[in-house]
Ligand binder design. Sequence first.
Ligand code: LMR
Length: 340
Amino acid sequence: MDKARRKFTLGAGLVVGSVCVGAYLFDTQYSRRDAPITLRFSHVAADNTPKGRAANFLSEMVSRKTGGEVHIAVYPNSTLYKDGEELEALQLGTVDIIAPSMSKLASLGFSGFEVFDLPYLFEDYDALHKVTEGPIGATLLQSLGRANVMGMAFWDNGFKQMSATRPLREVSDFSGLRMRIQPSRILGRQMRLLGADAIDMALADVKDALLAKLIDGCENPASNFDTQGLSPLQPYLTVSNHGYLGNALMFNQESWRQLPRRLTRVIQESIGEATRYANQIARAENEAALQRIEEAGHTTVLTLSARQTLAWKQALAPIYSEIQDPEVARLAAKVRSSIF
Ligand code: LMR
């Protein structure tokens, strides 16, 4: 969306939002009598992924803790909105909760989140959690307030693997491949440094694009690869763990503000529990998905030697010196030198 349209949409959203909020408040202050209050949670991943499970966990937790007063209706798998549409829907209040992958936030004006796309930045989940659970993470979540949304938490998916129609071991194996990416400058550059073309599209369109041979490969944690049914179309998957993919849980500001404090307190508590749950299960979910991929027999799972991993890292290293955005450069430097 261009800037002018985004501004218009945001403005229109605010007007429509205010009118609705006014009417709603006039009509009915939330009270126990009006239960249940329904909050709509839209996301693009399948139910049996770390994000899908955490969304359902949050919904159950909130129902239980509010005695059914608040119901979070979860719409998984792009059934309501695809990834390009989610944030706008949240701003307009047509959904109340989303948890997009952070790779989608930079192109919407939140460039700091791009730091999570940098290849080989995080050694492991512990290194990552120093960022997401520390002051850097808190500042990033707070910055989402600029879009009339509330950043609530980070939910891990996990480390990404590369898949394609040909085996990817050496950097030269990427030459000429059309690789699907999420809308991120860093991810585009990453694919180009490896010698591939980068094609940006919604997750919901990846399977059809592979079927139509519009793309040759993609990257994602194993849980998304498996649950999007990509195995039969991708004969090779390389366990590269070359980058991270995580989600930012966000609420529509007006939906949140309309809730009485006693309910926001309970929902906040439930978000804390759902976040711990999401971040506990992510690794095991991806390991189980990788095992399912291997057992299904469509996709040969490849591992890289130390030499091959080093060659991928060397090919991707220039991305760090090319970072244009000062906030991303500052955050990347902090993460790399572990200064928190
Ligand atoms: C994607 O590839 O677009 C996904 O990883 C997004 C998601 O939300 O998991």
